[in-house]
Design a protein around this ligand. Structure first.
Ligand code: NAP
Length: 251
């Protein structure tokens, strides 16, 4: 029997692929056989080298996803340079922290535009291509704050709750067209995004005390879930928000 997790011959776009979770997912998909279009506003040299190191093709597409201007071009450029598009991972995201009573319109718009608006329009652009091809895989990156309220991160919570809803809506519309849409909800992962929490001794301890696994996630912990959702093994998985959280939500 062939390996149901094999991604040989597939092409994936991964946004925010220069670091953290995006880099780890790009490397995991490549290790499973996919070629990678690494998208971001910062150069992805390290990621390209890691992907090429496991024998896959890698290209960098520069795009600032704070607006939707680059979105249509990303799908076209990926198909032009890598020949096809099978998998989209919407990973690029930002967070802004402030008390709700002091939260600014700028901090609201920046987070919603990057985490939610660009995610939707990139799903739309990739979805059009995948529907025409009769198959495709979209994986959005949600959060524990797709399930919980959080604190001092109103636009982030709104964006990630929105990502969860959007994932289900798109799954409903596209499941019968051969396109699955799911999300990974990472728990607390040691990346730039959580540097402030890791550095705050009290918050760090309270977070660790609640994680049954007893440690922060490494970005690589997200790789297996991404390979699964991108693979034939997940053919009948639609609209699921897969928590990869060391047990955080179970507590
Ligand atoms: P990270 O290390 O800060 O990575 C975020 C990525 O998004 C970087 O590649 C960043 O590029 C890119 N990005 C941000 N704004 C962008 C823009 N306007 N245009 C293009 N790319 C942009 O954080 P991470 O933890 O790996 O986050 C990845 C995703 O996981 C995010 O959606 C985040 O919300 C989500 N998440 C993280 C955690 C966690 O605990 N770390 C938990 C749940 C969900 P630059 O390097 O150029 O800024």
């Amino acid at each position: 029997m062939t390996n149901p997790f094999d991604l040989t011959g597939k092409v994936a776009i991964v946004t925010g692929a220069n670091t953290g979770i995006g880099q780890a997912i790009a490397v995991a998909l490549a290790t499973a056989g996919a070629d990678i279009a690494a998208v971001g506003r910062s150069a992805c040299d390290e990621t390209l080298a890691l992907v090429e190191g496991v024998g896959r093709k890698a290209i960098f597409l520069r795009a600032d996803l704070g607006t939707i201007a680059p979105v249509a071009g990303l799908v076209a450029d990926t198909v032009a340079q890598l020949g096809r598009l099978d998998i989209l991972v919407n990973n690029a995201g930002i967070i802004r922290r402030n008390d709700a009573v002091d939260f600014t319109e700028e901090d609201w718009d920046a987070v919603i535009d990057t985490n939610l608006k660009s995610t939707f329009f990139l799903c739309q652009a990739a979805g059009r291509h995948m529907i025409a091809a009769g198959s495709g895989r979209i994986i959005n990156i949600a959060s524990m704050l797709s399930f919980q309220g959080g604190i001092r991160v109103p636009s982030y919570t709104a964006s990630k709750s929105g990502v969860a809803g959007l994932t289900k809506l798109l799954a409903n519309e596209w499941a019968a067209k051969g396109v699955t849409v799911n999300a990974i909800a990472p728990g607390y992962v040691a990346t730039n995004n959580t540097a402030a929490l890791q550095a705050d001794e009290a918050r760090n301890k309270s977070i660790l005390d609640r994680i049954p696994a007893g440690r922060w996630a490494d970005p690589a912990d997200m790789g297996g879930a991404a390979v699964f959702l991108a693979s034939r093994a997940a053919d009948y998985v639609n609209g699921h928000i897969l928590a990869v959280d060391g047990g955080w939500l179970a507590r």
